[in-house]
Design a protein around this ligand. Structure first.
Ligand code: ATP
Length: 236
């Protein structure tokens, strides 16, 4: 089966010489929930950004949702992201003066597929009663649920999540992770998540560990205790 996200020998060197990714190859099938971990500066966000077409590798190839995006023009790439991908970032700009409903409707207003109604996704994330509240009045956990609802409203093939629970208490974080888990299991959404938290990674199917921009380990995700040990081992 074709991978929904595929990186082949991807490298990324930033100006001033930092080699953020070295020869990274990764194929992720539909419906798989993958966690990416590693020490600070190991290249996790760069990997996520290259996979999502938010950054361009300077070597290798990237395919996303059946298309080669390595040298795709920006306008086409923007449309592909809009139509096939959802984003849940720790501080992903929700517009705080707009209501919950208006924020969730944004991808569709920008021309994305009208795959689900706003009410349907607000129900999914448990925010049914808050649709008319300005996002600025919500708690951190509620805001992150708005971000998940917005990511899912177009029924994307892929959700990219960068530290989606970084600012949340464990119970609230677990709620967000359960939503991502359900999207993968029930709707076949492919999830690529960067996290520092072994408890968050334990919700995934597969753990990719990075060390100095290279894949140091790649296999089924275990429980949080074991993941914490694996993380220490690659950071050592
Ligand atoms: N825009 C940039 N310009 C120059 N160097 C960068 C840039 N972005 C990242 N880097 C460098 O590339 C390396 C990888 O960064 P990246 O953000 O991918 O790591 P990370 O594993 O996500 O780190 P963290 O856990 O701290 O978020 C680091 O050495 C970082 O300093």
């Amino acid at each position: 089966m074709e991978s929904v996200i595929s990186l082949t020998s991807v490298s990324r060197r930033y100006p001033r010489g930092v080699q953020a990714l070295r020869d990274v190859s990764l194929g992720i099938p539909a419906g798989q929930f993958v966690a990416v971990m590693g020490a600070t500066g190991s290249g996790k966000s760069t990997l996520l950004h290259c996979a999502a077409g938010l950054d361009r590798p300077d070597g290798g190839r990237v395919r996303l949702a059946g298309q080669d995006i390595t040298r795709m023009r920006e306008a086409r790439l923007t449309r592909l992201r809009r139509d096939r991908a959802g984003f849940v970032f720790q501080s992903y700009n929700l517009l705080s003066e707009l209501t919950v409903r208006q924020n969730v409707a944004l991808p569709v207003r920008l021309g994305g597929p009208r795959a689900r109604t706003v009410d349907e996704v607000l129900g999914l994330v448990g925010l049914g009663g808050l649709g008319d509240r300005p996002v600025g009045e919500l708690s951190g956990g509620q805001r992150q649920r708005v971000a998940v609802a917005r990511a899912l409203v177009t029924a994307p093939a892929v959700v990219f999540a960068d530290e989606p629970t970084g600012a949340l208490d464990p119970a609230t974080g677990a709620h967000i992770l359960r939503l991502l888990r359900t999207a993968a299991d029930r709707d076949g959404v492919t999830v690529l998540m960067v996290t520092h938290d072994p408890a968050a990674a334990a919700w995934s199917d597969r753990l990719v560990l990075l060390r100095e921009g290279a894949v140091a380990d790649d296999g089924p995700a275990a429980d949080a205790t074991r993941i914490a040990h694996q993380l220490q081992a690659v950071a050592a």
